[in-house]
Ligand binder design. Sequence first.
Ligand code: ZN
Length: 207
Amino acid sequence: MSGKLLPGFESRPLRQQAFMEGAPIAQMDRAADYESVGQRFESSWAHHLAPEGEADLVFMSRALDEARKGAESGEVPVGALLVSPEGEEIGRAHNCPIRSADPTAHAEILALRQGAKKMGNYRLPGATLYVTIEPCSMCAGAILQARLFRLVFGARDPKAGGVVSLFHILADRRLNHRVRVREGVLEEECRLLICSFFEKHRLREER
Ligand code: ZN
């Protein structure tokens, strides 16, 4: 299978904007340096969950498992996992707008709802959301509403991405909250999963 099958989900460019320059997965995430305050916060976070790079891999592979479940039920395979500042999983969901007849039933929104319910708080400061694909503008907005600390995603979505591709909602200084971002964790797996899904559906339609 090739990434060329689905225009739009190709690999992210090697050279990116400075603030998104991806560090190797094994390294600590220091790339998304939006604010010095954020960086201090990141240092204290690192003590909770070191080595962060390894934890990111573990949580992203769980998000990928969740995305595969979505594919099995005919939904676009996107999976999300929400993790508390203590490293506890507090939400896990895959896309299911079709089955639930709900245009807002994206993996991120569902995981945020679970986490907020579990914590008994509509704000989730210190929490990290793992998503296999770059969140859309709606989900990026929800991430801001929840006051998340950090977002980690796998592959970009050049057609709908609200974080780096079409909009930069989480880094917009006009808004009163910013979220640290790391992209490219298990990127190839995340991208191939969604590409193969669309390819399969395209072939089915052509038959
Ligand atoms: Zn979304």
